[in-house]
Design a protein around this ligand. Structure first.
Ligand SMILES: NC(=O)c1ccc[n+]([C@@H]2O[C@H](COP(=O)([O-])OP(=O)(O)OC[C@H]3O[C@@H](n4cnc5c(N)ncnc54)[C@H](OP(=O)(O)O)[C@@H]3O)[C@@H](O)[C@H]2O)c1
Length: 295
């Protein structure tokens, strides 16, 4: 099972080991990640099928919906298998119209931890990512240390096991590490958006997981003639090739592609078994280098 799902990765200093092909829960919600999903039963089936097929790393956030993604995970999977790792995020909440409000006040950070505990129905959160500011690029002026300190306090109280960071640059990862051990970093990265290449190498040397969000391009699915050509030559789909490329990119890279459809999930789970020969990797590497993000 592990080989089929890209092999395993152990979060440093945690005792938590996961298959590298995981699942992202953000798509288990309504349009613009707000409200309930169109087909809740299908979303429940997606999550159950993922775990049946060996997925044991799920990324979520109580601000997805808000609450709906976590409620669906709970409905589909509670009581949770012992080997299932659910990672969540804090540092923002949703306003009444669905707007994203970045907020790193103690009140919001602590409240988010409790929201995740309640809506996932867990006594402790295994991994909490402290989200920085910025999406495609981290805001370099944001000091992440006070937020990590708040979560580290909750760690000492036993509500949080391990801490990660998200939407951060290398300096912010180091700043977070000055407060507490960091087990994973979650940033935007895919075959066409490779700003984090150096960071991935550095984290790999430290044994820290790199978890790319928007692995398939997120709201704008990846489109590239080169991706299409490689996919055709391997009798795979372009998005499957994009996921296989990520898995081959670095052994510390964990996939959390998101979908609300069982058919798409089943396709995505094949990424771990798709080997890309060196010539294909070379062509795929040239997408970001030559054509930029919209290649
Ligand atoms: N830290 C952060 O700031 C942050 C930001 C964004 C996301 N995330 C995390 O990263 C995870 C992954 O990102 P994401 O879900 O936004 O983007 P993604 O995985 O790059 O792409 C998801 C999109 O691709 C579609 N899709 C998935 N599999 C497909 C397939 N096999 N064929 C065709 N279309 C397919 C999905 O639609 P269907 O539902 O129709 O399949 C959805 O529209 C999220 O679930 C979330 O956990 C974190």
């Amino acid at each position: 099972m592990a080989e089929k799902l890209g092999g395993v990765f152990s979060f440093p200093g945690t005792g938590l080991t996961v298959n590298r092909v995981g699942f992202g829960a953000m798509q288990l919600t309504g349009p613009h990640i707000f409200g309930p999903p169109k087909d809740r039963e299908e979303c429940v089936r997606v999550v159950r099928r993922a775990v049946e097929e060996g997925v044991n790393h799920i990324d979520t956030g109580d601000f997805y919906g808000p609450h709906y993604a976590n409620w669906i995970l709970q409905e589909a999977l509670h009581p949770y298998r012992d080997d299932l790792v659910i990672a969540t995020k804090v540092g923002a909440y949703r306003g009444g119209q669905g707007e994203w409000v970045q907020d790193h006040s103690r009140e919001v950070l602590e409240g988010s931890v409790h929201d995740n505990l309640r809506n996932l129905k867990r006594d402790v959160l295994q991994v909490v990512n402290v989200r920085g500011l910025g999406l495609a690029e981290a805001d370099p002026n944001f000091d992440i240390r006070p937020s990590v300190e708040v979560i580290a306090e909750l760690q000492h109280k036993g509500l949080v096991q391990h801490i990660g960071v998200s939407n951060v640059n290398a300096a912010q990862v180091a700043a977070a590490q000055s407060v507490a051990p960091i087990v994973c970093v979650q940033n935007m990265y895919n075959v066409a958006h490779r700003a984090d290449d150096a960071l991935i190498e550095d984290l790999s040397r430290q044994g820290i997981a790199y978890v790319p969000f928007f692995p398939l391009g997120g709201f704008s699915p990846l489109q590239s003639d080169k991706l299409n050509a490689i996919a055709a030559s391997l009798e795979a789909t372009p998005l499957l090739v994009a996921q296989a490329w990520l898995l081959q990119r670095s052994p510390n890279l964990l996939l959390i592609s998101g979908t609300s459809k069982v058919a798409h999930l089943e396709e995505n789970l094949k990424a771990g078994a798709l080997y890309l020969p060196p010539a294909a990797v070379e062509t795929l590497d040239s997408i970001a280098a030559q054509d930029g993000p919209t290649a």
